[in-house]
Write a protein that binds this ligand. Sequence first.
Ligand code: F6R
Length: 620
Amino acid sequence: MCGIVGYVGKQDAWPIIYEGLKRLEYRGYDSAGIAIVDAQGDIQVRKTVGKVSGLDEAATTGHPQGSVGLGHTRWATHGRPSHDNAHPHIDCQQRIAVVHNGIVENYLELKQWLTGAGHVFYSETDTEVLTHLVEEGMEQGLSFQDAFRSMGGMVKGSQAISAVLQGEDSEICALRLGHAGGIVVAQADGQAIIGSDLPALLPLLQAESNTGQVGFLETGEMVVVTLDGVEYQDLDGNPIVKQPRLVTQEEVLVDKGGYQHFMLKEIMEQPQAVASAMRERINFDTRRVDLPDFPLSTEEIAKLDRVMLIGCGTSLNAAQVGRHLVERYSGLPAEAESASEFRYRDPFIGPNTLVVSIGQSGETADTVAAMQMVKDKGGKLITICNSEGSQASRIADGSFYMRSGIEIGVASTKTFVASLTILNLLAIYLGQSRGTLEPAKFQELVDGLAQLPRLMGELIADSSVYQQMAQEYATFDNFLFLGRGMNSPIASEGALKLKEISYIHAEGYPAGEMKHGPIALIDSAMAIVALAPKDTLYDKVANNIREVKARDGRVLAVLTEGDTQLAADVDHVLYIPEAPEHIIPLLTTVPLQMLAYHIALLRDRDVDQPRNLAKSVTVE
Ligand code: F6R
């Protein structure tokens, strides 16, 4: 969701905050603002509706000068994107500016109380109550820090909040409540930056290596940043000794590497992403999956009676593929469900239930809340996620990191295939440990996985086929993506990618279900993308495709190389290389990502930052 950047130091704060906001724009980009404490100690605020770059125009007469400031890039929850609703929000006397990521659940109640006390509101946001609460505290005689802390004790919900105070000895306070919003802090050479995420800290990381020591706020913690340094406290004001963590270049660097979009760069990185996901998790001598960090003993694995896989969006699609893999190789009953549904239905979780959460960010509010519920009910919990130190990794008994490097494109790509790779490893590992997979079988599966980087590389070697197919299909306004078995969730993923970045209506559907309703939609104006690789369900999908063709549907089929027979019955074909069944879903994903990307380009869409979306959804 929203991105926060704050700076205290001796340099001109505006460009540092502005660049930091641009690097956090993947978190939200419907409006932005910066508050600077100027040389007179006054707070100067500039805002824009739309992306951070709009702040250039807001500062045409020169940006406010000062070496302390706070900025924000917004993903709207309460109040539409507008100048008034953009953060920072300032109090009636213009002494305090506040930025916020998350939701103040009791804001109506607080607003009513503050209005009664004489505070005048100008925005529709929940955030503005925070500003007035700090102001109210100061009017009651509290110091800025104490008023900020007291505000933290009054609000309900999961969030990160930061505020800056006017004056020559200005200071910034930030706190974290619940799981929704992270705050990271770096300091060096008498300056400090706070941010929602690591890329904001780039100016203070070592120039040659882009590594540095970073403090991560835990829930219920606060940080006070002044020119004298950084102080961590709990919400009672007691100092906390925080062990900073060394972050690596990979976690911090954000660079398109010569590609037109992050999304394309990230698609192209998929051969490395699958290789990194397997690194040190496969013993290629014994041809076994080796997960020394698996948090359950062999005895505990033997006692498992059920596996539940949860996630949201793309990660839910990964969970659906994972369900097939786990059931097939471990012999355990497996189910997959969206975390947003799962968390509200009081599911049965016993001591022998293994829950696997999947998430790129590890910060998705619904996924984190569902994980907490599993933990409270005593289930076994592991997470597959990309962000080290994320909420998900802190709650889980064990974490399997994707190691994909930072993913900036709002539409997930490389982290999806990394999830599928790890789900394969997990399913094989459970099968090995439970004895449901014979050595010959797990060795064959491992050999299949070893081919993945090469086969994915073959798929992305030539973009021209995807560009050509995008030309054929870019004018269609409706798409049906069909697949069966493990390719049914891949059909959903293909539809999700297309709708997210091109704004075309697209549905993913199990091909066998089509005749029970959706077939009524088929005519020459409906584009069908059918996944029919050579796997055990091939003949079934081939029949479904023929049912579509009999009704004038236009079919683009994803087939296995050499399949000339079915190719003759459809309108267009994209090929994947021949591959063993368990890795086919990773391969069928790639043409769908490329198709969505090139159609979005032809429709002149904002591929990396599609409207209304944000990279990590830290609100319900
Ligand atoms: C789609 C997409 C979203 C995310 C979803 C969950 O391309 O990126 O659907 O998959 O918001 O996010 P994570 O995986 O961070 O939990």
